[in-house]
Ligand binder design. Structure first.
Ligand code: NAP
Length: 235
């Protein structure tokens, strides 16, 4: 494990937030980590494989080895104690129901409890809960959407600084740099790169708190979309 770096500073002289990514080995998690590192920010995350840890270390990311499914609240609190923001980007992706229960629901619950009494922000990468209502879903997908909704409800009841981002269907196409972001958006597709760009902008926009944002492909530049949301809907 590498040691956390001295906090980078923005051109304004304000220290940049230190970010811990749960799910840093995932596709969105990796894209977000590399965007934040490119800004000189201190980024750390939880991994469960030494191979992933080595790749992250080479990218300047501090990694902590652990099994999210088993990490208790106190262990998680210790992991994130040096961080100003936790981004939760882990999950089953509508796969095995036991992983959905263990990661998307229970582990998120423990992460949110670990942040009680702190000023640490928690940004959840969630999903549009009514996605694909017009088509038949597998039992795993039905279970996933129900669990994601329940986990969101539980998070919104936590006395912490939470933020929920609900993207539409994720693709690996090149990012466009433009999106549709608001309190309600249609379900279509969005690239993982654009999702990472929105998460990066939200990390840098602390005034958006205790809100649910929906995200789809669209015509507005990412920073403008996040800035608009901050102006219109900030707490
Ligand atoms: N797929 C979609 O269309 C879609 C749409 C909207 C929202 N989302 C949300 O976006 C999130 C990120 O998507 P993505 O494409 O970046 O996902 P991904 O590439 O599948 O990454 C998932 C992450 O979750 C971790 N994870 C999965 N099972 C785990 C377990 N049992 N224990 C510990 N960690 C576990 C993975 O760790 P390992 O590398 O160790 O496995 C990985 O870091 C999803 O979880 C989902 O909630 C997805």
């Amino acid at each position: 494990m590498t040691s956390p770096t001295t906090p980078a500073t923005a051109t304004s002289g304000e220290p940049l937030p230190r970010v811990f990514i749960v799910g840093i080995s995932g596709r969105v998690g990796r894209l977000l980590a590399s965007r934040l590192r490119a800004r000189g920010m201190a980024v750390s995350g939880l991994t469960r494989s030494s191979q992933q840890a080595a790749v992250l270390q080479a990218d300047g990311v501090t990694s902590i080895s652990g099994e999210l499914a088993h990490a208790g609240t106190e262990e998680i609190a210790a992991m994130v104690s040096d961080s100003d923001i936790v981004v939760f980007a882990a999950g089953s992706n509508a796969g095995r129901p036991d992983v959905t229960d263990a990661i998307d629901d229970a582990a998120l619950g423990r992460v949110s409890k670990a942040l009680r009494g702190t000023r640490t922000r928690l940004i959840l990468l969630s999903v549009l809960p009514e996605a694909w209502r017009e088509r038949p879903l597998s039992d795993e997908e039905e279970h996933y959407f129900a669990v994601k909704k329940r986990a969101e409800v539980a998070l919104t009841r936590q006395p912490i600084d939470w933020l929920i981002l609900r993207p539409s269907l994720l693709t690996d196409d090149p990012g466009r740099g433009t999106v549709a972001l608001g309190p309600a958006e249609l379900h279509d597709e969005i690239t993982r790169d654009d999702v990472a760009a929105v998460l990066e902008a939200l990390v840098l926009e602390p005034t958006i708190s205790r809100r649910i944002l929906e995200l789809n492909e669209g015509p507005t530049a990412v920073t403008e979309a996040v800035g608009r949301f901050a102006r219109f809907y900030q707490a």
